[in-house]
Ligand binder design. Sequence first.
Ligand code: AMP
Ligand code: MG
Length: 423
Amino acid sequence: MQSVDSYLSEIVAAIAPLPPAELSLTDAEGAVLAADVTAAWPLPGFDNSAMDGYAVLAADVATASPDAPVTLPVDGEVAAGDSTARTLTAGRCIKIMTGALLPVGADAVIPVEWTDADVSQAAGSNDSQATPGPADRPVAGTVRIYQSAEAGHAIRRTGDDASPGDLLLPAGAYLGPAQIGILAAAGHGAVQARRRPRVTVISTGNELAEPGQPLTPGRIWDSNSYMLAAAARQAGCDTTRHPTLRDDPETVLAAIERAAADADLLITSGGVSMGGEHDVVKAALTRLGSVTFRKVAMQPGMPQGFGLLGRSATPILTLPGNPVSAFVSFRIFVTPAIRVLQDLPAQREAPRQARLSEPVRSPEGRRSFMRGTLDRRAGVVTPLTGQGSHQIASLAKANALIVVPEAATQLAAGELVDVLELP
Ligand code: AMP
Ligand code: MG
């Protein structure tokens, strides 16, 4: 039997990161940056208002209070997107909207809530006025201001978020929503990145029926392909769920070879244990020579296969069919394989530790991954009942896998163990 660590090292060493490409922002979500992204322009690009209100000279409203408001004439308004630079005359004010270009000479914005202006009118458009011009919509009269403000109040200064040359995102950054946001805000329409890996999941077995369809005796619903496809999606992949294959080596081989042509990673479930001709994935792929099968010293998940397919050397991981075995195998071997494709460190983080709430037993010489419920605050993990590799109901209740080392055959309550949290 091969150790978990040695098998994992073999997989990680054999897989190459996807090549970087120029990806549009729409395609970049879930991709990994291949080069640093720096700011080409300041962010914000110009001084602008943080609130709806009135641009003023702070000195002009220094004495304003609820009892003694300062009244200023209003010289029109400036809205977000107006591009003509306005100039403020001392002793007057300009109505201003959030994000609008700060008039030259203004050094503070008085929020509309500190004035006698109609909030709904100040916050909205000036529809009541006849066809206002873009930069110079007249607002009749004056405004009363009830509160003073420091210079700089409610002003967003040029470059207060980022300056030209600042590193916005380093190479290797995973592009989640906030990262897509900064790329867009900084004006990048496309980036050099490694796309989301394309993963195809294939389950095999004559016994498999489609969930939602009636069962005949001896058959079961296919859970693995849905579960593994969901896991691959959660790991940041574009996932295809192949229709379930019957246990026929020719069909299985043809389907795998076809799927390999447009996938970055193939995952199969079933057909890799010791059943001889019934284990069709093993039987079919052994002929190719580039995929090898072995027993890995773990429980569940002992029978495993790995190799590279075709001219594009598409990696394939063949997982055992028992649902808990397939799930654990995904977590232990497929997740790192996907991270290598993404050019991320193979392991996301070191396992955390928790104390066992009760004793556990484990076969000698095999690393056990037991389903448990982790109480993070207490730092205690409780093994679930139903540790059979077919018992997916207990898997669905688990939020962690308890790792029992190869050398241990039993651990007492209170002992510290590694736990892998489940998303
Ligand atoms: P195998 O690895 O093909 O020998 O299958 C081992 C066990 O897992 C058998 O009980 C199968 O019925 C079951 N199994 C295989 N594939 C699936 C699947 N896609 N969904 C649920 N159970 C499966
Ligand atoms: Mg089978």
